[in-house]
Write a protein that binds this ligand. Structure first.
Ligand code: BGC
Length: 758
């Protein structure tokens, strides 16, 4: 339907009909108008599988949905750092939606992992906005290529579950721009999602659903979003204010209650009817976009999609430790210990919960390779050791050459709706690992968790595979990696701190009452740990392989540039090991000297490449102003400070292997407002201003006449540092007191005038 036809349709509607379209028909559909032939359009969760509910609806994954395929959750897909893979997952999901008549898949969930204990971290991608934006963008592009919409969620700053429907995320402008908005910006600009989901929380005291600044000015005005914004389920607060702010669709239905408020507001002049028209138009644009792109021949083959889930899972796991024990040889006597070997934990709880038809456990998968002994070891429904299970596990471990322990976090600890209290594993699992290590020298731990945990046992084991929550084929992918059929290639999209208390948000998370102050500012995740040079358990970007990669030949096509130019960076990567493998090449930018508080390293590019043994590939990155910029709150824009920047190529944020320098010159002058209260150092920072000011500086701190010349020489020498500092920090007004009458107020006012007119 053309834009004109949609407008024409709207012109035939009554006000009541228009208002009705601004909220859902029921829990999962947009409103229909039979009289005008407007269909209801179905939306469904999302994001890593289809949770389509036919009968009983709910937003917490409690009631059954149709049988579907569970793909790896966001924690794992981000670890793949593989845009094409995620795009393929999106295309597969789109086909499933087409087959089921679902117009919009409610995802990707892409909030920044501010704290390691946020209950929904398993769904989210990263602590880094570039990774979150790129991964989300790839999923969006994949789904939408199949004629189905997405809903990038939860916009904005929904980084915890505690009081998620009422708390206010209080964040300064620069941090919002550089971290929390930046993730969405990347995805929206790159892939234009059909819809956005406004989150439950408030941002700086205003409901996210009512923030015109973000929903309209930034999202549409700056980033070019042209779909519709829907509310998270039950997030509506003030329907009329929300419509004005740009929040088009209330979900789910409020059974006509809020529609009545819209009608009333138009009638009493509090709401312009054109605002309602605009919202309706945006919703119908998407409803018809789906209708017209429908694929009547779509067939959903659950077995084929299970294999896609398996393919993706192979790249979502991160090898964290390997002292040579992996890959395993099938000749060895192997034991699998731990409940998750036979019943893997492969997804989280809540609205993303998928009702799987088929799940492959590691025990299922290993049956095709060799016999392994098994003991359940623990029951994840309780946090107490079952002595009989523990005893059995110890026996099984003792009688093996190698024991693989399948551990992690149970559903009861990690889910939507609540946050974890800490980063600890359940005690019964900790005891199992300890006891097995007492009787067995060769131990590998496979972890099933959606977010970082503390690992007090790390030094006792020989290998650790972070399997994350990697979907229904999780067990097959774990076995592929354990036995070397697949070379692990995942990297951590988040830091694993040594302990929870090390995390920068620790003190202010989850806030007091309804207020949570993002006091750490831009220093989220590795931006903080690197700045403080703190030891971490595993750094951002870290992950081992069964082969080795050698980096060389880092080249920049220029050594200096203006911030309006771009620089091309190339680096060669060679597989110097014996097996094929994939590497995530990471590019960080480091501002060598800065007046602004900045992180040490910021990820500005990544590429995943595959290399046969002995093969070399050249990886290319293009960097523009944004790669060097911080957000300047004086000009409300991105700004580069002129100076040197290091371009760093790393295997993780802590393992920088190559570095080259570039000088970037700013083309934007930040206006400074000088006053009598400006410090001398503020003037010294601008060479032009300093030249003008020098003649006015007639400082004379010493009027002492009694001391000997020898004494005063020593005093002068000793106080040079102090004198310099006194001058630097002196406000202009202070010159009246320290110039022995040589500086007058008129002089100073004249100087301020001159400086403000440069
Ligand atoms: C969640 C959303 C989800 C919606 C519908 C909400 O509780 O926050 O992510 O899409 O429910 O199930």
């Amino acid at each position: 339907m053309t834009s004109l036809e949609i407008k024409n349709l709207i012109s035939q509607m009554t006000l009541e009909e228009k208002a009705s379209l601004c909220s859902g028909y029921d829990f999962w559909h947009t409103e229909k108008i039979d009289r005008l032939g407007i269909p209801a359009s179905m939306v469904s969760d999302g994001p890593h599988g289809l949770r389509k509910q036919d009968d009983k609806a709910d937003h917490l994954g409690v009631n059954e949905s149709i049988k579907a395929v569970c793909f790896p959750a966001g924690c794992g897909t981000a670890a793949s750092f593989n845009r094409d893979l995620i795009n393929m997952m999106g295309r597969t999901l789109a086909n499933e939606c087409q087959a089921e008549g679902v117009s919009v898949l409610l995802g990707p969930a892409m909030n920044i992992k501010r704290s390691p204990v946020c209950g929904r971290n398993f769904e989210y991608y990263s602590e880094d906005p570039l990774v979150a934006g790129e991964m989300a963008g790839s999923l969006i592009a994949g789904v939408q290529a199949g004629g189905v919409g997405t809903s990038a969620k939860h916009f904005l700053a929904n980084n915890q579950e505690h009081r998620r429907m009422t708390c206010s995320s209080n964040i300064d402008e620069r941090t919002l721009r550089e971290i929390y908005l930046a993730a969405f910006e990347g995805a929206v600009v790159k892939s234009k999602p059909w819809t956005i989901m406004a989150s439950y929380n408030k941002v700086n005291g205003v409901h996210a659903t009512e923030c015109k600044e973000y929903l309209t000015d930034v999202l549409r005005g700056e980033w070019g979003f042209d779909g519709y914004v829907m509310s998270d389920w039950g997030a509506v607060n003030d329907r009329v204010a929300e419509l004005k702010a740009g929040m088009d669709l209330e979900m789910p239905t409020s059974n006509g209650e809020n529609d009545k408020l819209i009608v009333e507001a138009v009638k009493n002049g509090n709401l312009d009817e054109s605002v309602v028209d605009t919202a309706v138009e945006r919703i119908l644009n998407i409803v018809y976009k789906f209708e017209e792109g429908k694929n009547p021949n779509a067939v959903w083959d659950l077995d084929a999609d299970h294999e896609v889930a398996h393919e993706i899972a192979k790249e979502t796991m991160v090898l964290l430790k390997n002292d040579g024990i992996l890959p395993l040889s099938s000749d060895k006597k192997i034991a699998f210990v731990g409940q998750y070997a036979s019943k893997p934990r492969f997804q989280g709880g809540g609205s993303s919960h998928i009702n799987c038809r088929k799940v492959t456990s590691a025990m299922d998968a290993v049956a095709n390779i060799c016999d392994v002994a098994y003991a359940q070891g623990f029951n994840d429904k309780v946090d107490a050791t079952d002595e009989a299970m523990l005893k059995e596990a110890i026996e099984v471990a003792k009688n093996s050459d190698v024991t693989v322990i399948f551990a992690g976090l149970p559903d009861v600890i990690e889910s939507e709706s609540f946050d974890r209290p800490d980063m600890k594993m359940p005690k019964n699992q900790l005891e199992l690992i300890d006891k097995v290590c007492e009787v067995q020298k060769n131990v590998i731990v496979v972890l099933h968790n959606g977010s970082p945990i503390e690992m007090p046992w790390l030094s006792k084991v020989n290998g650790v595979l972070e399997a994350y929550l990697s979907g229904e084929a999780s067990g097959a992918a774990v076995v592929d990696i354990l036995f070397g059929k697949v070379n692990p290639s995942g990297k951590l999209p988040e830091t694993f701190p040594l302990k929870y208390e090390d995390n920068p948000s620790y003190i202010s998370f989850p806030g007091e009452g309804n207020e949570v102050n993002y006091a750490e500012g831009v220093f989220v995740g590795y931006r903080y740990y690197d700045k403080k040079n703190m030891d971490v358990l595993f750094p951002f970007g870290f992950g081992l392989s069964y082969t080795e990669f050698e980096y060389s030949n880092l080249k920049l096509n220029k050594t200096s540039m203006k911030d309006t130019d771009e620089v091309i960076v190339t680096v060669d990567v060679k597989n110097i090991g014996a097996v094929a493998g994939k590497e995530v090449v990471q590019l960080y930018v480091n501002d060598v000297e800065s007046k602004v508080l900045r992180p040490i390293n910021e990820l500005r590019g990544f590429e995943k490449i595959d290399l046969m043994p002995g093969e070399t590939k050249t990886v290319e990155f293009k960097l523009n102003k944004r790669a060097f910029a911080y957000y300047n709150t004086k000009i409300h824009d991105w700004h580069v400070e002129s100076g040197d920047f290091n371009i760093r190529i790393g295997k993780s944020s802590r393992d920088i292997v190559l570095e080259e320098k570039i000088y970037v010159e700013s083309t934007v002058r930040i206006p400074v407002k000088y006053s009598l209260d400006s410090a001398v150092m503020d003037i010294q920072e601008d060479p032009v201003a300093y030249e003008i000011a020098k003649p006015y500086f007639k400082l004379d701190f010493f009027t002492d006449t009694n001391s000997s010349s020898e004494d005063s020489a020593t005093a002068e020498a000793m106080s040079k540092e102090m004198m310099d500092a006194m001058i630097r920090y002196l406000p202009l007004r202070g010159m009246l007191n320290f110039s022995n009458g040589k500086t007058t107020l008129a002089d100073l006012n004249e100087l301020v005038d001159k400086l403000n007119n440069i």
